[in-house]
Every structure is written in structure tokens, then in C-alpha cells.
Ligand binder design. Structure first.
Ligand code: ZN
Length: 258
């Protein structure tokens, strides 16, 4: 009974946070403030409070703006539902062993969702998100009862090691293949996951990135030069390692025997 109640709470809470993440996704890369109420992308009319309920409002309005009747982006309900489901998964995974741990994990997945979509849409990863991701990761490490001196030594070393390959690609390709945002993101992945899981996440990102890249190349006859953002793949690898990192590391150990 308690689990059902808490599960629905995290689902609804996540959807509300998702509504806020939608604002961050579109405003941060465009250097707009996050204050002030949401406006319609087309007619610029402010959206009334009663039209701001996550998911429900979108469907009650039939996916259209109340004033100009233009179609609202499907991104809004999608991100709200997705965030709700991910919050529920975080809760059910039992990974956040304490209140602070749970808080940090929810902050981490929220930051990752915004990075995923804004990099996909605008090819940009906001510094604010890299900052929030670092802070939430630091809090998560602190809840695991490790001292901050230990965190600095172990995790910062991991950050440097994991980001090194991406930095080299960034440097040698003269920013063409990777952006500085990708370098920072991989450094935070190392900081968050440690070097082993960090490298696995990186490996996963490269493999999935290559597969998607080839599919796009064949289907849309895209030129190799048109850049596919790498951030979403890094985020996917990171989420995979946060939830299934232990299993993935066991699998690698059983294959390579170390
Ligand atoms: Zn409108």
C-alpha cells in the first residue's frame, strides 16, 4: 500500500519536474532567463496556470494553444511522462539509500534529461547543467559515506582519465568531431561513475553513436560532415551505468576474466 502511494507520488512529482525541465531545455541554450511564466511559441501569449498541469493540460487542449490554436510541441507531454517514469524507476531501484542520496539521484537524472534533449535540439550543453550535474554527483558521493578528500582523489582522477580520449578527439579534430561540452560531460561522467563504469559508459556511447550514425547516413544520405550531437549517447551510457553498472561490470569481468 505504502509502495503504491509512494510510486504514484514519484510519478506525479516527476511529471511536474518534467514540466520545469521543458522550460530549461528551451530557455538555457537560448540564453533566456528561467523566470517568468511560459509563453506560447507562436502567439507569445502567456500560458495560464490552469493550462500548466503536466500531461493533462496538453491532452485537454488537444495539443493546441488555447489562443492561436497552433499545434504545441509533442516534446512537452513526452518529457513530462518520461521524467515521471524515470523518477519512479529511481525510487523503485532503491539506489537512493538515504533521503540525500535519493535527492542527488533525482537531480542527476533531471540534469541528464535536459542535456539529452537540448544537445539533440540545439547542439548545445549549458554550463549550468554541467554545474548542477557536478554538484548532485558530489552530494551522491558524500551520501556513500566517503570523505571529501577521498572523493577528490579518486573521482577527480577518474574524471581526468575518462575525459582524456574525448579531449584528444576534440583537440585533434579542431573541435569538429567533439565539442568542449562533450569533454566536460565525459569528465563529469568519470567523476560520477568512477573510471571503470565511466569507460563502459563511454564505450556504450561510441558503439550506439556509430550504429545510429551509420543508419542516418544510409537512410537520409547524410553527409559525414553534418554533425550528430554526441551528448545524447553519453547521457544514455551514463544512465545505463547508474542503474545497471554493477551488472555490466560483472559481465565484462566474466568475459575478460579480470
Ligand atoms: Zn498560441
Amino acid at each position: 500500500m505504502e509502495t503504491i502511494f509512494l510510486s504514484s507520488f514519484f510519478l506525479v512529482f516527476g511529471a511536474s519536474i518534467g514540466s520545469f525541465l521543458n522550460v530549461l531545455i528551451d530557455r538555457l541554450p537560448n540564453d533566456q532567463g528561467i523566470h517568468g511564466r511560459s509563453k506560447c511559441d507562436y502567439c507569445g501569449k502567456k500560458i495560464a496556470w490552469y493550462d500548466l498541469f503536466p500531461v493533462f493540460s496538453y491532452f485537454i487542449l488537444g495539443g493546441k494553444c488555447r489562443h492561436c490554436k497552433k499545434k504545441l510541441s509533442f516534446q512537452y507531454p513526452l518529457i513530462e511522462v518520461l521524467t515521471g517514469v524515470i523518477f519512479l524507476l529511481v525510487f523503485l531501484s532503491g539506489k537512493g539509500s538515504s533521503y540525500w542520496g535519493l535527492f542527488a539521484l533525482l537531480g542527476i537524472v533531471s540534469s541528464l534529461i535536459v542535456i539529452f534533449v537540448s544537445d539533440l535540439k540545439y547542439h548545445l550543453i549549458s554550463d549550468y547543467l554541467l554545474g548542477s550535474l557536478t554538484i548532485f554527483s558530489f552530494v551522491l558521493h558524500l551520501t556513500n559515506l566517503v570523505s571529501w578528500q577521498f572523493i577528490l582523489k579518486e573521482q577527480v582522477a577518474s574524471a581526468l582519465i575518462v575525459s582524456l580520449p574525448i579531449f584528444l578527439i576534440y583537440f585533434l579534430s579542431h573541435e569538429k568531431a567533439m565539442g568542449l561540452g562533450d569533454v566536460y560531460l565525459t569528465a563529469i561522467m568519470g567523476f560520477l561513475l568512477g573510471w571503470k563504469a565511466g569507460f563502459l559508459a563511454l564505450y556504450f556511447a561510441f558503439v550506439t553513436g556509430a550504429i545510429i550514425g551509420i543508419i542516418l547516413l544510409i537512410r537520409h544520405k547524410r553527409k559525414i560532415k553534418s554533425r550528430i550531437p554526441f551528448g545524447p549517447f553519453l547521457v544514455a551510457g551514463t544512465v545505463l551505468m547508474i542503474f545497471w553498472g554493477d551488472k555490466a561490470l560483472d559481465l565484462v569481468r566474466s568475459i575478460y576474466g579480470f
